[in-house]
Design a protein. Structure first.
Ligand code: F3S
Length: 276
């Protein structure tokens, strides 16, 4: 069986940047998981003494707090600074952008609609910047019966599928006088998604490696599954079931934007050892 990696996979620019920032700030704590990968978080703890704090109120004056890739809420950032905490911002610039748009559009009198998952830290953060509030939707039907202003600004979670985003935009455009659609979906997501689409069309088994709570990994898995029914979402080599590879010719591999290369390599090594 041949193993082929997708043309683009794994760590994106924002995650690489956040990890570098964490490595440069030993003896600090991230507020919330820096990225959605528990194993990489454990490595940062072991090798760089970068801990994890789930409640920002635990930080004290003089502590160093690293703001995670997905960003935090505006009010929390303000409180951390007021508490005298040394804040190191590792928010991905592609997440800072929709935060700024939400604030600007809200102040300019637009109804702000965010396409994304309300429970995701990124969206909680982006929403908090809309000075006059924002509506978070997952599909066009969520907008039915809503009373919005004549001017609407639409923002997407960075990891969303563009096709689904367009459905929401298409719902709004004929109903409102002015609809400003911001393409805040990040290129890294496009690149990994495009690559998984083409690879899953030719592979007869696909592995998508990434944290079980990583939304972009779940999306890669969904795309892969559409084209290749034998697609599996695994966190690392321990999740492998070698019967998946019986009578298979091409195993395609991709990984979410928070998956480090060393985990991907461990998976490849385990398969090669067992199969070939
Ligand atoms: Fe940033 Fe895009 Fe990665 S938003 S964290 S570069 S997936």
């Amino acid at each position: 069986m041949q193993i082929q990696l997708a043309e683009n996979y794994g760590f994106c620019f924002g995650v690489k940047r956040a990890i570098k920032i964490a490595e440069e700030n030993k003896n600090s704590s991230t507020y919330g998981p820096l990225i959605h990968n528990s194993k990489e978080i454990a490595r940062l703890e072991d090798d760089y003494q970068v801990g994890l704090t789930d409640d920002y109120k635990f930080f004290k004056a003089g502590d160093k707090a690293i703001v995670r890739t997905h960003g935090i809420q505006k009010q929390e950032l303000k409180e951390l600074l007021e508490m005298g905490v040394d804040v190191v911002d590792a928010t991905c610039p592609y997440v800072t952008k929709p935060q700024e748009i939400a604030q600007q559009m809200s102040e300019d009198g637009y109804s702000v609609v965010i396409f994304g998952d309300e429970a995701h830290p990124e969206i909680k953060g982006v929403k908090s910047y809309a000075t006059n509030g924002a509506i978070v939707v997952m599909k066009p039907e969520d907008l039915e019966g809503m009373k919005l202003k004549e001017k609407v600004a639409l923002i997407a979670q960075t990891t969303r599928k563009v096709e689904n985003y367009m459905e929401v935009a298409n719902y709004l455009i004929p109903r409102y006088k002015e609809v400003r659609v911001f393409n805040t979906i990040c290129n890294a997501t496009f690149e990994n998604q495009d690559a998984v689409k083409s690879l899953s069309k030719k592979a007869d088994v696909m592995l998508i490696i990434g944290g079980k709570n990583s939304s972009n990994t779940k999306q890669l898995y969904a795309i892969s599954k559409d084209n290749c029914p034998d697609s599996y979402h695994i966190e690392d080599e321990k999740d492998l079931d070698f019967s998946w590879f019986d009578a298979k010719k091409l195993c395609g591999i991709s990984a979410g934007a928070s998956t480090p290369d060393w985990i991907i390599q461990n998976v490849i090594d385990a398969i090669e050892k067992k199969i070939n």
